[in-house]
Design a protein around this ligand. Structure first.
Ligand code: ADP
Ligand code: MG
Length: 463
């Protein structure tokens, strides 16, 4: 109570002493240098429900602090306040520190410690940065971008549903949210709901558990624009899929715009029923591919500009050449570079770029382990024969070995899924994809399997 009253008067001033105490506490383990270069500039902006919000100067600093110091800061804060506390880092906007609750887009769920009735099924917040203005258009995403713009201009008309698919980090989420921002820009009262497949699943499960199905339906059926991300994560349960289909239908039949994103086209979504699949395919399907060099350069340039850093063009080129198939990795390498330059207080030169990129070079270096080597290692490890591995046998140990081999081959060779399938007695592209997914799921559930697979992987890739 007291905290809140004071916060209203001048939140920043009121929080300074607390923040100084935290800084003092962490100086011992981090050293003056780190505190001076990373944490001094940070401003505390809010304290709510035990969570201290800190505003950093740039995305780069925010990410760096989050990665390196967040846990330590939270621990220090917990000790000082004598109760469980947490720290979140946001980027300061236009030199004015945002309030903890004001930084999200208009679709943000009601932020309450205990979810209120509607917050239970609230959509996810939109990221301020994911707008059309910030989207760089190139050969690889031109069609997807044009479709998204058309949908934002005329929702619920000719391109409904719009289905965007493509690999990780290629800009699907960004495009989906850009549609949301654009529509909210035109009509701030539009009920734009951005959810992920996982989100939908968990909302549905909650509604069953809490006997609030009615409320769930009301929340979902009142949507004007439905943006569903990562629909491959909708749980493979009949009831969930049914509910998804009904929600989809209800909105679709009342001409509400639906935009969906997935890492694969509808026909490869094993979880989709035929009737839903044909609905999806009757709309517009657009693929986003990996960006070409020119687009990568343009994305980096834009991002550097946003971060307020100047990058020599040779450095831009160096990054764009090194990190090739994922925009997220491209941005991460830029952020890493900016962080490094700021930490060592040196300008970003080709040399600095070289060492910041070293890790990426290692990752990006075409590992090329042969199918034979992978199969041999897997057979030895799982004690199965090479014949079993390429057979159609479904015994559990053999399946597991086969899935592992396919997964490793996908990770460690440039082979396409179809080519991998050929090394396993002519299995199809989607069988390979399915096997890899399955193994990933096993690995998430079983840490010891995960570490076995990692072991095999590093054995094969030589480190
Ligand atoms: P996906 O959902 O396909 O995995 P995201 O939309 O999350 O990928 O994109 C990953 C990151 O790359 C985001 O920070 C996003 O802003 C950025 N990004 C992707 N494509 C572009 C683009 N064409 N222009 C600008 N930024 C992009
Ligand atoms: Mg995404």
């Amino acid at each position: 109570m007291v905290d809140q009253l004071r916060l209203e008067i001048d939140e920043t001033e009121a929080l300074k002493p607390l923040w100084n105490q935290v800084l003092q506490a962490v100086t011992g383990s981090l050293g003056e240098e780190v505190v001076g270069s990373w944490l001094r500039e940070v401003r505390p902006t809010a304290l709510q429900g035990g969570r201290l919000t800190l505003a950093a100067e740039s995305t780069a600093t925010r990410q760096w602090i989050e990665r390196k110091y967040q846990r330590l800061l939270a621990r220090a804060l917990t000790e000082i306040r004598g109760e469980e506390s947490d720290v979140e880092v946001v980027v300061r906007k236009n030199g004015r520190a945002p309030r903890a609750e004001g930084r999200e887009g208009p679709a943000r769920p009601a932020a309450a410690a205990r979810p209120t009735v509607s917050a239970l099924f609230a959509p996810l917040p939109l990221n301020d940065r994911y707008t059309f203005e910030n989207y760089v258009v190139g050969q690889s995403n031109r069609f997807a971008h044009a479709a998204a713009v058309a949908v934002a201009d005329r929702p619920g008309r000719e391109y409904n549903p719009l289905f965007v698919y493509g690999g990780v980090g290629l800009g699907k989420t960004h495009l989906l949210q850009a549609v949301g921002h654009a529509l909210l820009g035109k009509n701030p009262r539009a009920r734009v709901a951005y959810v992920s497949g996982e989100n939908f699943t968990s909302h549905f499960v909650t509604s069953l558990r809490e006997r609030r199905e009615e409320e769930f339906r009301r929340a979902y059926r009142s949507i004007d624009i439905w943006l569903v991300d990562d629909i491959q994560f909708i749980a493979d349960k009949t009831s969930t899929k049914e509910e998804f289909f009904h929600t989809f239908n209800e909105l679709y039949l009342t001409n509400k715009q639906i935009v969906l994103a997935s890492d694969r086209p509808p026909r490869e979504l094993r979880l989709m029923e035929d009737r839903l699949r044909s609905r999806l395919e009757s709309g517009l399907m657009v693929e986003i591919g990996p960006p070409d060099l020119e687009t990568r350069m343009a994305i980096l340039q834009k991002r550097a500009l946003d971060e307020g850093v100047e990058l020599p063009s040779e450095v831009l080129y160096q990054i764009a050449q090194t990190v090739t198939d994922n925009v997220r990795a491209l941005e991460a390498s830029l952020v890493r570079m900016v962080a490094m330059a700021s930490l060592t207080r040196s300008p970003i030169t080709a040399e600095l770029a070289g060492s910041a990129l070293a890790a990426f070079v290692r990752e990006a270096r075409r590992v090329n382990v042969s199918a034979l080597a992978v199969q041999k290692a897997v057979c030895e490890h799982f004690q199965v024969t090479p014949e079993d591995l390429v057979s159609a046998r479904r015994d559990r140990p053999i399946c597991l070995a086969r899935q592992t081999a396919m997964y490793l081959l996908r990770e460690l060779s440039p082979l396409s899924l179809t080519e991998i399938g050929q090394h396993f007695g002519g299995k199809t592209h989607s069988t390979v994809l399915y096997s890899c997914d399955k193994l990933e799921r096993h690995m998430r559930e079983d840490p010891s399997l995960a570490s076995e697979v990692r072991g095999l992987r590093s054995e094969l890739s030589g480190g």
